[in-house]
Write a protein that binds this ligand. Structure first.
Ligand SMILES: [Zn+2]
Ligand SMILES: [Zn+2]
Length: 118
């Protein structure tokens, strides 16, 4: 996809197009906006479904679900010693996008930094 198309692509979770100059986290299937990152961080913490600002439902993936995060491709965390740990994930949007708690943390950091640079 050309970069200009990618910049205008709708958010994977709320389906909204970006406002001019809005920062979003790019992903292999499309970007996630700051509002959905914020909703996602709250969702992976409390496990409760909520609507996105675009009106689409945001849901928590069930424990042990085999849906992989589309941003990093993981379903679980692996510790240094090879133990598997559950990885909270949010599902939502028109295309049932999936993002994990680790990518949400990373996205929050990236977007905060971008906001501070303005
Ligand atoms: Zn969004
Ligand atoms: Zn991830």
């Amino acid at each position: 996809m050309p970069i200009s198309d990618r910049r205008a692509a709708p958010c994977r979770f709320c389906g909204r197009s970006p406002a001019p100059g809005e920062h979003r986290l790019p992903g292999p299937a499309g970007p996630v906006c700051a509002d959905c990152v914020e909703a996602g961080l709250a969702l992976v913490r409390d496990g409760r479904a909520r609507p996105s600002l675009g009106g689409t439902p945001l849901l928590a993936a069930e424990r042990g679900s085999d849906l992989a995060c589309e941003f990093c491709g993981r379903r679980e965390r692996r510790t240094f010693f090879g133990f598997r740990r559950p990885l909270a994930r949010m599902i939502g949007g028109p295309g049932n996008a999936v993002i994990c708690a680790d990518c949400l943390d990373r996205a929050g950091d990236v977007l905060n930094r971008a906001l501070r640079q303005r």
